[in-house]
Design a protein around this ligand. Structure first.
Ligand code: H79
Length: 467
């Protein structure tokens, strides 16, 4: 850390102390220390200008690929309760099997992730080519993976492990140059009384308080804790069941604690947040004027299930990443660690395979925007527009048997076409129906080969494009 940065920190510290003493109001944006993160803007979505919003979203838009981590007490039963394999998502086991609160809480006594190695997780994300990590601070079972003053139902007070796992991962992520975000299930809570439950409560302990009590006594204080303690770059809400405007407003007001934070569209009460969040699916097209992120599992569950072997192939995942990037979105790909603190090997293997591809071809993914073409016979495309022109990255899923990669309707003057991996130049021709890049032999990459095409100006497509 440079001397300058220390001075800045000292100054920030002084402001924080003064702000804390003088008033109970939230800190001014200037008082927010982002650690190793770049500045995340200075104002909330309520009153920011489009330019400020672009600045706040810039790192996220460039990142394209992130790691989702679903980790909690549900990794102890790992999909099995009373000898029965419970269908559905691993993290939903308490709800699906209607496990009484007192019984479910016993699982915490077996949550002891002594093999947890946050640096290894961050290194794995980095090796995969991911640029951010988002971990479940609290899922629908209400269990906090961080110490909290609001409830004893947390990793420090309720498990033999007895230590925070969020802070060490935040530090490790930042050491590896990754942005760090938190998932917080704000409405559903099946253990802290008064929390919502999709399908309704099944244990009278859940009725001991109202949902307003739950929001005031659990959700609001805990979101305040995580925003101030870990400074997440993303706050990922989920399942806004029974979120009235009054309830949502109390949580939304907390975002002023870190106005640079990026939130999704799942707070509730009609708040749009910053990002659309298609879950387990890739939309047919991107979203008009909206940032978006597909979140997806590698097998069929978010939280660890010992017997779910329904693994997507690494080839499939690489193509999904390309598909998403070609539509202007981000890919938030999940891992579900065990109660020992281990990311299952099939997930590690797939992330490494994606990383191998990204090491060679990442230029075609990071900091790109959506394809200008509605449809391409050979695969997908991304683009990067700069003052000196546009680079198109052709993501070739199907290597053409006739050797022709047609960009329908593209009228621009072309500067060059190369194979990204080797730099080899490729001949081109410009027939009436678009631009054709000519390739020979077999695909340079067995999964997705990338051709880099530089053109002058912005893509200029005739009305015939895509027809
Ligand atoms: O955290 C992961 C999921 O647990 C969470 N979002 C991702 C990121 C999620 N919670 N709810 N849902 C997604 C959608 C709700 C699905 C439901 Fe069901 C259908 C609830 C009841 C019926 C799935 C099937 C869960 C129980 C049965």
């Amino acid at each position: 850390m440079t001397g300058n940065r220390w001075m800045q920190r000292l100054w920030l510290g002084a402001v924080l102390v003064l702000a804390g003493c003088a008033t109970q109001k939230v800190q001014t944006p200037a008082a927010v220390d982002h650690g190793l993160l770049p500045p995340r803007g200075t104002t909330t979505e309520l009153n920011e200008t489009p330019q400020q919003r672009d600045q706040r979203m810039a790192w996220w838009r460039a990142a394209k690929f992130g790691m989702f981590i679903h980790w909690g007490v549900y990794s102890v039963p790992a999909g099995t309760y009373q000898g029965r394999q419970i269908p559905g998502l691993g993290e939903w086991i308490m709800n699906r099997a209607k496990i009484p609160c007192a019984v479910y809480q016993q699982f915490a006594k077996e949550f002891n992730p002594v093999q947890y190695d946050p640096d290894a997780w961050a290194a794995l994300a980095q090796e995969a080519g991911m640029k951010y990590i988002i971990i479940t601070a609290k899922h629908h079972d209400g269990f906090c993976m961080f110490p909290t003053q609001a409830s004893k139902w947390n990793i420090v007070d309720a498990t033999p492990y007895g230590k925070d796992v969020i802070g060490p991962l935040a530090d490790a992520a930042r050491r590896h140059g990754l942005h760090f975000g938190l998932y917080y299930s704000q409405a559903q809570d099946w253990n802290n009384p008064g929390g919502a439950a999709i399908g309704g409560h099944w244990d009278k302990a859940q009725d001991a308080k109202t949902m307003d009590d739950y929001i005031d006594q659990i959700a609001v204080p805990q979101v305040r804790e995580i925003l101030t303690r870990y400074r997440p770059a993303v706050l990922w809400w989920d399942t806004p069941r029974d979120m009235t405007k009054a309830r949502a407003d109390k949580l939304r007001a907390l975002l002023a604690l870190d106005p640079g934070v990026i939130t999704n569209n799942r707070l509730g009460a009609g708040y749009k947040g910053d990002t659309e969040t298609p879950e387990q699916r890739i939309p047919a097209t991107g979203f008009k004027n909206r940032d978006w992120e597909t979140c997806m599992t590698i097998n069929g569950t978010w939280g660890y299930k010992s017997y779910d072997k329904n693994w997507k192939s690494s080839d499939d995942l690489i193509r999904k990443l390309c598909d998403i990037a070609s539509k202007g979105g981000n890919f938030l790909l999940n891992v579900g660690p065990t109660s020992q603190g281990i990311i299952p090997q099939p997930e590690v293997d797939r992330l490494r395979a994606i990383g191998q591809w990204m090491k060679v071809n990442g230029e075609a993914i990071y900091d790109t925007t959506a394809s200008p073409f509605p449809k391409l016979a050979f695969g997908r495309c991304t683009k990067r527009v700069t003052e000196s022109g546009t680079t198109l990255y052709l993501l070739v899923f199907t290597w053409p048997s006739d050797g022709n990669l047609l960009l329908p309707g593209l009228g621009n003057e072309v500067t060059s076409a190369t194979i990204l991996a080797s730099g080899a130049s490729l001949p081109m021709s410009h027939p009436a129906d678009g631009l054709v890049v000519h390739v020979t032999g077999k695909a340079p990459d067995p999964v997705v080969s990338v051709i880099k095409v530089k053109i002058k100006g912005m893509p200029d497509l005739s009305p015939l494009a895509g027809h």
